[in-house]
Design a protein around this ligand. Structure first.
Ligand code: HXC
Ligand code: NAP
Length: 273
């Protein structure tokens, strides 16, 4: 079976779209002919991504550098994108920060940093994007994480922040449906060759343990996540909103199990505990 996706004439915004999973999502929409804008903190990464999006076939590609923790900068950046590309058909909220740290050993500021990026960044983005979304028809997708519904040692900050992200998804589905705006969360599994997987499974041994726990027997690929976004952004998903959808080869059906302990064990063995 061949499925073709054509997003010609659609405006796609990918915040945090300059590396890893989110960049793969942006490039996938570019290959489908969309107008694509990306944002992240680094102007250099933004510029590099815009070049790649153009080469991939985007109708138009642009980017703006901002930090999602700065509400005014987010609003200004989205305004620039709107002036260049028009109403947003698809908005992907994917910026995130993560490091393994036990609660007893991390500073309050370390905890706050992840909440500010993942959760408050989502708040800033949703509020600034709301008036700019195509209605009816817009599809909003937050890139979440299993920490939203599974506890992992060394991840209290991420668990708290991403749980908030998914509850924003569920709540906004109620508030925005009457205007024809859909919103869903996508939860990637362990995705090969990404910063997130490197930070949480930093050794070959850790990665092998993750692999053994995945019922499908393989790590995810960036393209697996991007494909789910294509579907959610398309008319095929017209009746789907407020959902939290894992793209994980079955991994999270096992709960957090050994993986939930692994990060804590790594941190304790490092600190000699
Ligand atoms: C303990 C740490 C720490 C660490 C930083 N901090 N790293 N604490 N252990 N490893 C503390 C600092 O000491 C400081 O607290 C506070 O956190 C802020 O640190 P900064 O370096 O000043 O922050 P900043 O420059 O804003 O950088 C944010 C960051 C950084 C989150 C710390 O790592 C980053 O930019 N990350 C973006 C990329 C990323 O994380 N990608 C992975 C996403 S994966 P004090 O008290 O000293 O001031 C993901 C889920 C993966 O989200 C799930 C896989 C299954
Ligand atoms: P990544 O490569 O580190 O991507 C993070 C992106 O967000 C980068 O473009 C980064 O660019 C941007 N960013 C970070 N902090 C920002 C800030 N304060 N303001 C604006 N942009 C910011 O990570 P990844 O592993 O691909 O993860 C992508 C998403 O998938 C995240 O939401 C993560 O929680 C989720 N996820 C990943 C995995 C996995 O296996 N990798 C598993 C589950 C969930 P700059 O550095 O230029 O700002």
């Amino acid at each position: 079976m061949t499925i073709t996706t054509d997003f010609t004439g659609k405006t796609v915004i990918v915040v945090g779209g300059t590396s890893g999973i989110n960049r793969g999502i942006a490039e996938t929409f570019a290959r489908s002919g969309a107008r694509v804008a990306v944002a992240s903190r680094s102007q250099e990464k933004v510029d590099d991504t815009v070049t790649a999006l153009t080469e991939a076939g985007a109708e138009t590609a642009m980017g703006v550098a901002f930090d999602v923790r700065d509400a005014d900068a987010v609003a200004k950046g989205l305004q620039q994108m709107h002036e260049a590309l028009g109403d947003f058909d698809i908005l992907i909220s994917g910026a995130a920060g993560n490091f393994p740290a036990l609660m007893a050993e991390m500073s309050v500021n370390a905890f706050r940093t992840v909440v500010e990026i993942d959760l408050m960044g989502t708040v800033h983005l949703m509020k600034a994007a709301y008036p700019l979304l195509k209605r009816p028809g817009a599809s909003v997708i937050s890139i979440s994480a299993p920490q939203a519904f599974l506890p992992y040692e060394g991840q209290a900050h991420v668990c708290a922040a991403k749980a908030g992200v998914d509850m924003i998804t569920r709540t906004l589905a109620l508030e925005w449906s009457p205007e024809g705006i859909r919103i869903n969360s996508v939860v990637p599994g362990y995705i090969a060759d990404t910063e997130g997987a490197r930070r949480l499974a930093p050794t070959e041994q850790a990665l092998e343990m993750v692999r053994r726990n995945i019922p499908q027997g393989r790590l995810g690929a960036v393209q697996d996540v991007a494909n789910s976004c294509l579907w959610l952004a398309s008319d095929l998903a017209d009746h789907v909103t407020g959902q939290v959808i894992s793209v994980d080869g079955g991994l999270y059906q096992r709960g957090s199990g050994q993986l939930g302990q692994m990060i804590g064990q790594m941190l304790r063995s490092k600190s000699g505990g």
